[in-house]
Design a protein around this ligand. Structure first.
Ligand code: ATP
Ligand code: MG
Length: 449
């Protein structure tokens, strides 16, 4: 294990220990190291008070933002080390934050306040692993289990309910039955947690490899912050194209797309409008006319409520709105259609849309997953067009506003429209992306007006 720990972290542990304190690596990094994964960050827990920690690292880059909670962050060779004094959390009255914390001389107390057994282990360079709550066994069995009594721990801090689901998804672990039962029973406590924190946990959960299992198994918890999920669960689509209800279909779509936040949120929400659009025809087949638009509107509401930034909301809403838009309509060549949509969405979101459409297709009944192969072909085509520099946008159009000004045209919305027309002509293959040709076309179009 020692070999996997970066030098600056080991050095900091040693420095604290030789100065007469106890210092251990703790929490997520110990869990990740035991699993053979590279930790995202390195947390150190120590008997030293923050002032003593600062004294040990005097003259180094220290960030004091967490000082109120007993955390000193030392920046070593670009690696932030969060060094926190052993602490106990006192009473909780808002179901989220301890009313007060106090320092303690005992490592065991500090480990006992931590959320899950796999997150409550500490490691010392000479003493090795300290595992008071059988975290190692749970790690081996891939189980998320609360430290102590789950009811109490979730009542203290309701965010832990979502953290349990998040770790189950990202680590691909199960949740211990007692912990799972308490999480379900106490799910309403999530109303006490800030929407930003909920959003951050949901995003991590959605990007995990076990997202499908967690969404299907624990949707009533997710439906506290996103009640729209409730109507999706159990909604039989009454269609030969589907083998899942709307929620399970969306969960399967999530798992089938890349673990990218925008794509995964779009996959979760792409059909959220289906319950509102459900109709049955005379033959008893289900239809969902107009559901993409309704889903987009609802996605916008949901993400706004969860306080996502404007850019995220706009892009997820757009992907949702376009999820069943035919990229290669029969009346147009695939090349033309791809160029147009690439121009409209930009490369990154165009490929996200293809990924979403592919994932959506793969979440259909087995006999109806053929669109996925079409998406693969369109993706290959788009990559080829990009490689050949065939994808023109307003940015790469051979004529710019300045050229039109030079022709004597007045600036304003009419000029914007003309540039759009020129771009359209290039994308349609009616004109070359070449200055002289486009200027001639511009003159022609202004005369025709
Ligand atoms: P990652 O950083 O990979 O998301 P992590 O386990 O490091 O996972 P953090 O949120 O960074 O998670 O928290 C670090 C550690 O602090 C956890 O491993 C856990 O021991 C403890 N912890 C964090 N949040 C809570 C909480 N709400 N209740 C109890 N303990 C917590
Ligand atoms: Mg961490």
């Amino acid at each position: 294990m020692k070999e996997m720990i970066p030098r600056p972290a080991l050095a900091a542990l040693k420095q604290l220990n030789t100065a007469g304190n106890e210092a251990f690596l703790v929490g997520g990094c110990v869990r990740d190291l035991l699993m053979g994964r590279t930790p995202g960050d390195f947390d150190i827990t120590t008997s030293a008070t923050p002032a003593q920690v600062e004294a040990v690292f005097a003259g180094e880059r220290i960030i004091e933002t967490g000082l109120r909670h007993g955390t000193v962050t030392v920046l070593r060779e670009g690696l932030p080390l969060e060094i926190t004094t052993y602490r106990r959390d006192l009473s909780y009255s808002d179901h989220r934050h301890p009313d007060a914390v106090c320092f303690t001389p005992r490592l065991e107390d500090d480990l006992a306040r931590r959320d899950f057994t796999v997150n409550a282990m500490a490691w010392h360079p000479d003493l090795g692993l300290v595992d008071c709550f059988n975290g190692q066994a749970d790690l081996k069995n891939r189980v998320i289990r609360c430290v102590g009594e789950p009811e109490r721990r979730f009542d203290e801090d309701a965010l832990r309910i979502l953290r349990a689901l998040r770790f189950a998804s990202t680590l691909d672990f199960s949740i211990h039955p007692d912990t799972a039962a308490a999480a379900l029973a106490q799910r309403q406590l999530l109303e006490h947690v800030s929407r930003e924190r909920i959003a951050a946990e949901l995003t991590k959960l959605l990007c995990g490899p076990a997202v499908e299992r967690v969404v299907n198994g624990y949707w009533p918890i997710l439906a506290v912050p996103v009640p729209e999920l409730r109507a999706m669960a159990g909604l039989d689509q009454r269609s030969k194209y589907h083998c899942y209800d709307v929620l399970a279909h969306s969960a399967a779509a999530c798992a089938a797309v890349r673990p990218d936040r925008l794509t995964r949120w779009s996959a979760l929400l792409h059909d959220v409008g289906k319950p509102a659009c459900f109709t049955l025809d005379a033959a008893g087949t289900g239809h969902f006319y107009g559901h993409a638009k309704v889903s987009a509107r609802m996605a916008e509401e949901i993400l706004t409520r969860l306080r996502f930034d404007k850019d995220t909301i706009r892009r997820v809403t757009q992907l949702t709105a376009l999820h069943d838009y035919p990229i290669d309509p029969p009346e147009e060549s695939a090349e033309k259609a791809v160029k147009k949509l690439l121009n409209r969405l930009g490369e990154a979101d165009f490929f996200r849309l293809l990924d979403l459409k592919r994932g959506d297709s793969l979440a259909h009944a087995p006999a109806y997953r053929g669109r996925a192969a079409v998406c693969d072909r369109l993706e290959a085509l788009a990559r080829e067009l990009i490689a050949r520099d065939q994808c023109v946008s307003l940015k790469t159009l051979a004529v710019k506003g300045g050229d039109l000004l030079a022709l004597g045209m007045a600036p304003g919305p009419a000029m914007g429209r003309l540039l759009d027309q020129l771009l359209e002509a290039v994308l349609n293959g009616e004109a070359e992306n070449q200055r002289e040709a486009l200027l001639a076309l511009a003159k022609q179009l202004t005369i025709d007006r």
